[in-house]
Design a protein around this ligand. Structure first.
Ligand SMILES: C[S@@+](CC[C@H](N)C(=O)[O-])C[C@H]1O[C@@H](n2cnc3c(N)ncnc32)[C@H](O)[C@@H]1O
Length: 236
């Protein structure tokens, strides 16, 4: 087995709402959108399925989750079965979504896009969105340019191919064809954390994952003025 990663920690600890602001911020963002029981929603990189379950329960919407990690998939599946929610779960990559073009009214990406090939995935989201459909994301963003060394440290720990500034996100979204682009900074910083943490631990996990948890916490503290996130909303 290769070296353990930040995603191994998230999957084996079963972290739900694994994005800045957690499910509390998710609910706030969704309340601003016109979601109904007719809406078709893709939760891209759904993790253990906390947001997908909320969408199915609160709005009775038609929800699909795509997730690449088999442990996450298993935990999401258990959640939907336990809650008796008809969420469709697809194991696959957000970079190549096995859904037809123009399928979804909403695509959600809560701390997923930052970790994948961004131009490719944004094109995929655009393809599967219906005309007039909304893309909503909560993504890692840097507040200022970094030194080479700082950039390397963050990219290596989170296995990122790039770190974007607010203006980089805007440019990329425009280039892909999205309209009504808004990229907003939140009052709460990354270091202020997620006030509704949820865990679903695997029966067995490597104790080294605690060290990864600590490294993540230290990274957030060390770069608290630089490493941040933005709420992205736009329309196809
Ligand atoms: C930081 S977590 C966020 C999970 C979830 N959206 C949430 O807010 O709790 C990122 C998730 O993206 C998933 N992921 C990473 N790369 C992916 C890919 N190429 N396709 C699908 N999911 C991916 C990871 O397995 C992980 O579950």
């Amino acid at each position: 087995m290769g070296a353990l990663t930040y995603f191994d920690f998230l999957a084996k600890f079963g972290v739900g709402g694994a994005h800045p602001g957690g499910i509390i911020l998710t609910k706030e963002l969704l309340a601003n959108e016109k979601i109904t029981n007719q809406s078709h929603i893709l939760d891209a990189g759904c993790g253990t399925g906390q947001t997908a379950a909320f969408l199915a329960q609160q709005y009775q919407a038609n929800v699909t989750g795509v997730e690449i990690n088999p442990i996450m998939i298993e935990k999401a599946k258990n959640r939907f079965e336990t809650m008796k929610l008809p969420v469709q779960l697809i194991q696959g990559s957000v970079e190549e979504i096995p859904s037809a073009a123009n399928s979804f009214d909403f695509v959600l990406s809560e701390s997923v896009l930052a970790f994948v090939n961004k131009p490719k995935t944004l094109k995929e989201f655009y393809r599967v969105l219906k005309k007039g459909g909304r893309f909503i994301a909560n993504e890692m963003t840097i507040n200022q340019k970094l030194s080479m060394q700082e950039e390397q440290e963050i990219k290596q720990f989170y296995a990122l191919d790039s770190l974007l500034l607010e203006e980089d996100w805007k440019e990329l979204l425009e280039k892909t064809g999205y309209k009504n682009i808004e990229v907003k900074k939140q009052k709460q910083s990354l270091a202020e954390g997620n006030h509704a943490p949820e865990f679903n631990f695997s029966a067995n996990f490597e104790p080294e994952l605690f060290a990864i948890f600590n490294m993540h916490a230290n990274m957030v503290l060390k770069y608290q003025d630089i490493l941040s996130y933005r709420i992205i909303t736009c329309t196809k």
